[in-house]
Design a binder for this molecule. Structure first.
Ligand code: ADP
Ligand code: MG
Length: 668
C-alpha cells in the first residue's frame, strides 16, 4: 500500500476539508484520518425502523421514505416551512421553524426523501417536527447516512459546530474517510488470531463502529477496538517486565538471625496471609533478578510488618533497605514503628524528610552514604539529588498509588540493582490492577489480624451533628480518641483548613469543651505536624480535627471514632481509607459519615460503605459509580489512552489481551 493511501494522511486530504475545517479539527486533536476514524460516536440513535406512514405509531422514532407533494413557506411572527410528503399509504406534514426561508429553496416537488424523527399528531394528522432529512437519489438501494439506520452522534466542539461540523457534517467526513481507507486497511491481528480471540476484522470494525447496521454489529466492532487498546497497553507492560528480566540485583539469602529474632519478640503471631506473602517476597529476594512485587492489602492488614521482614533480609545480607512514604507524618510514624521493632535487634533506623533542619539533614545524608544507616525511612526527599546510598538492596514504596511509576523507579535507581516492593491499601479490582500494575508480580494480604471488629458505619444528616458530637464526647470519657475530618473544598487545602479551624473552634466551645483537641492539616510546618501527630498517638490529644492528611497510614489503635464531615465530597475508596484509621485496636469502633443535601445517587453511593467493610468490594463499586479516572487519582496512571475499552466492563477482554500480549512477548 502506498503510504499516502494510509491512515496517517492529514484530514485535509479528505473531500470537504479545507484549511479552516482542518484547523478546527486539529483543535479537537483530529489531525490524521486515523484520528478522525478513532473519534468514535458518543452514542447512537436508532433510526433503523423504516415504516409506511399509515403504520407509524405516535411517539415512535422512525424513518419513512416518501415523495414531496407540496411545500409551503408560512411567514409570520414564527415563520415555518412545511413540506407535505406522501408514500402511497398516507401523507405526513414535516415542519421546520429554524431555517425556514433557506429550506424552501432546498426542496422540490417530487423529490424522494428519507425522513427520521418522532411522529406526533397535530390536529389529528401525523406530523414530524425538525426531522433528520436526506435525499434518496434513486429508489432501489439507497445508502443513507443520516436516517434509516443506526445513526452515530459525535461529541463536537462549539468551534466544530460553527464550521459545519455538527454530527451531520462529521458523519459525512467519517464516511469519506472510511471510503478512502477502511477497505485496504491492514489488520495487525492475523486471521487465525482473530478467530481464536473471536474478534472481527479491523477495517470492517471501524466501518461498523460508525455505521452499524445492527446493535450487535456495533457491540462487536467496539469489542474489537477495545481489544486493540488493551493489547497495546499489555504489550507495553510485557516489554517493561521483559526489560526488567535483563536487570540484575543482589541475591539476598533468607534471614537466619534478624527475622527469627523479630518474630520471637512480637506480642502476636503473623497472620496466615502475612506468612504466605512474606514467603513469596523472601523467595523473590533470593533471586539475582530484581524483584518487582506489588503488595495489596486492605487497611490494617499489617503491611508494615511484612515490609520490615523483607528489609531485615536485605540488612542481614549486608545491604541497605529504604522505605518511602507519601507524607512526612507517615514517614515519621513508620520510622518510629520500625525503630521500636528493629533497634532491639541492633538495627538503626534513619529518617529523611524534606522538613529537616540542615544540620540534622547533613547527619542523615552522611549516615545513608556511609552505610551506617541500614534502614532508611523517608518521603520524596529520598529520591532527590544529593541522596547517595552506600549500597541499597531493597526499596519499599508505601501507599504506592500516591506516587507515579517514575518515582518508584527513581528510588530503585538509587542502587545498581535494587529489589522493589510497592505496597498499596487501595484494593483495586483485578482489571484495573492488570491495567496499572500488569508488569508487577502481585501478592495480597487478604486477611486481617484476629480480633478486629468491623467498624460500625452510619450515614447521617447534618441535623444529627449534636448527638454525634455527644457520642464522641462519651467515647473520649471512656478513654478513647476521635478523628473529625474535613474535606478539601474545590481541591483547595486552604479552604479545608478554614473549615477545619472553624470546626475546631466550635467543638472547643461546645460539645468537646474540656477535652484536649488538636488540629492537623497540610499547611502546618513539618515540625508542628509531627508534634501533633505524635501527641495524638501518645494520647495527649483526645480529638484530632484534621483534613485528609490522616487518610493514609496513620496508626493509632486507641482511636475508635471517625467522624467525616461533608462525606459526599469524598470518593468511596478514600472514605474507606479514612475509616481504616479506626478499628485498629480491640475496642468497637465507629465511623460516622455526615452528609449534607445528598441526591439519591449520592446516598446510594455512601450506603455502600455502611453495607460492607470489604475494600475490594468498595473499590469495585467506586469504579462502577465514578469511573476509573475518578478513583483515587488514577488519572496520572496513563489510563487516558483507553478510550474505547471500559475498565469496569471489559475485564474479560483485558485478560485475553494480556494473555495474548504476554505470550507474544515470550512471557507466560
Ligand atoms: P496497613 O496494612 O494498613 O499498613 P499496619 O501495617 O499499619 O497496616 O498494621 C496495622 C496494625 O496491625 C498495626 O498496629 C500492627 O502492629 C498490627 N498488626 C500487624 N500484624 C499483626 C498481626 N499479625 N496480629 C496482630 N496485629 C498485627
Ligand atoms: Mg500502612
Amino acid at each position: 500500500m502506498k503510504p499516502e493511501a494510509g491512515m496517517d494522511r492529514s484530514v485535509s486530504e479528505l473531500r470537504g476539508v479545507g484549511a479552516r475545517r482542518a484547523a478546527v479539527l486539529g483543535e479537537a486533536g483530529i489531525h490524521t484520518i486515523r484520528d478522525l476514524l478513532y473519534h468514535l460516536p458518543r452514542r447512537y440513535l436508532d433510526r433503523s425502523l423504516i415504516l409506511p406512514i399509515a403504520q407509524i405509531p405516535p411517539g415512535q422514532e422512525v424513518t419513512l421514505i416518501g415523495q414531496v407533494r407540496h411545500k409551503r413557506f408560512i411567514p409570520g411572527a414564527r415563520p415555518r416551512f412545511v413540506l407535505v410528503v406522501e408514500d402511497g399509504t398516507e401523507e405526513i406534514a414535516c415542519v421546520w421553524f429554524h431555517g425556514a426561508r433557506y429550506l424552501q429553496r432546498h426542496f422540490e416537488e417530487g423529490d424522494t426523501l428519507a425522513l427520521s424523527g418522532r411522529v406526533e399528531h397535530f390536529q389529528g394528522r401525523p406530523q414530524l417536527t425538525h426531522p433528520e432529512c436526506e435525499f434518496v437519489a434513486n429508489a432501489g438501494e439507497p445508502e443513507l447516512l443520516h436516517t434509516g439506520g443506526i445513526i452515530p452522534l459525535y461529541t463536537t466542539s462549539a468551534d466544530m459546530k460553527e464550521k459545519g461540523l455538527r454530527s451531520r457534517g462529521f458523519r459525512r467526513l467519517v464516511r469519506a474517510a472510511l471510503e478512502e481507507c477502511a477497505a485496504g486497511l491492514p489488520d495487525p491481528l492475523s486471521a487465525a488470531a482473530r478467530q481464536r480471540l473471536e474478534l472481527a476484522e479491523l477495517g470492517g470494525s471501524l466501518r461498523q463502529v460508525h455505521f452499524p447496521r445492527t446493535w450487535e454489529e456495533m457491540v462487536q466492532a467496539r469489542r474489537r477496538l477495545a481489544f486493540d487498546e488493551c493489547y497495546a497497553l499489555q504489550t507495553r507492560l510485557a516489554h517493561r517486565r521483559l526489560a526488567r528480566r535483563q536487570g540484575k540485583a543482589p541475591p539476598l539469602p533468607p534471614s537466619r538471625r534478624l527475622v527469627p529474632a523479630l518474630l520471637e519478640g512480637l506480642p502476636f503471631a503473623l497472620t496466615g496471609a502475612q506468612r504466605r506473602v512474606a514467603g513469596e517476597i523472601a523467595a523473590d529476594l533470593e533471586q539475582a533478578l530484581p524483584m518487582c512485587r506489588l503488595l495489596q492489602g486492605d487497611v490494617g492488614s499489617g503491611k508494615t510488618l511484612v515490609a520490615l521482614l523483607a528489609m531485615l533480609q536485605a540488612v542481614e545480607a549486608g545491604f541497605q533497605a529504604a522505605l518511602m512514604a507519601p507524607t512526612e507524618i507517615l514517614a515519621e510514624q513508620h520510622a518510629a514503628t520500625l525503630a521500636a521493632l528493629a533497634r532491639p535487634l541492633g538495627v538503626e533506623v534513619q529518617l529523611l524528610v524534606g522538613g529537616m533542619p540542615a544540620a540534622q539533614r547533613c547527619t542523615a545524608l552522611a549516615a545513608i552514604a556511609s552505610g551506617a544507616a541500614p534502614l532508611v525511612v523517608g518521603t520524596h526527599a529520598l529520591i532527590q539529588g544529593g541522596v547517595e546510598f552506600a549500597g541499597m538492596g531493597l526499596a519499599v514504596v508505601d501507599e504506592q498509588h500516591r506516587f507515579g511509576v517514575a518515582q518508584r523507579e527513581e528510588l530503585q535507581r538509587k542502587g545498581p540493582g535494587v529489589h522493589l516492593l510497592v505496597m498499596t491499601a487501595t484494593p483495586i479490582p483485578r482489571t484495573l490492577a492488570l491495567a496499572l500494575y500488569g508488569d508487577l508480580e502481585t501478592s495480597a494480604l487478604d486477611e486481617l489480624p484476629p480480633g478486629r471488629q468491623p467498624v460500625r458505619t452510619a450515614l447521617r444528616g447534618p441535623e444529627r451533628r449534636p448527638q454525634i458530637r455527644e457520642f464522641a464526647a462519651d467515647q473520649i470519657r471512656q478513654g478513647r480518641q476521635v478523628y473529625i475530618v474535613y474535606p478539601l473544598v474545590e481541591e483547595s487545602e486552604r479552604l479545608a483548613v478554614i473549615s477545619a479551624s472553624e470546626g475546631l473552634a466550635e467543638l472547643k466551645e461546645g460539645p468537646l469543651r474540656g477535652f484536649s483537641l488538636g488540629l492537623l492539616h497540610g499547611q502546618l510546618r513539618p515540625e508542628e505536624k509531627n508534634r501533633v501527630a505524635r501527641a495524638f498517638k501518645a494520647g495527649e490529644i483526645q480529638a484530632l480535627v484534621c483534613t485528609t492528611v490522616v487518610e493514609v497510614g496513620v496508626d493509632v489503635p486507641n482511636a475508635t471514632v471517625m467522624i467525616v464531615e461533608h462525606a459526599e465530597r469524598f470518593g468511596l475508596a478514600q472514605l474507606h481509607q479514612l475509616r481504616g484509621r479506626v478499628g485498629r485496636g480491640a475496642q468497637q469502633s465507629y465511623c460516622i459519615l455526615i452528609a449534607g443535601s445528598q441526591t439519591a445517587g449520592e446516598a446510594e453511593r455512601l450506603e455502600v460503605l455502611c453495607q460492607t467493610q470489604d475494600g475490594f468490594e468498595i473499590a469495585r463499586r467506586d469504579l462502577e459509580l465514578r469511573g476509573p479516572g475518578e478513583v483515587l487519582g488514577l488519572r496520572q496512571a496513563g489510563l487516558s489512552e483507553l478510550t474505547v475499552a471500559d475498565l469496569a466492563g471489559d475485564a474479560a477482554l483485558m485478560l485475553r489481551a494480556r494473555e495474548e500480549a504476554f505470550q507474544c512477548a515470550g512471557l507466560s
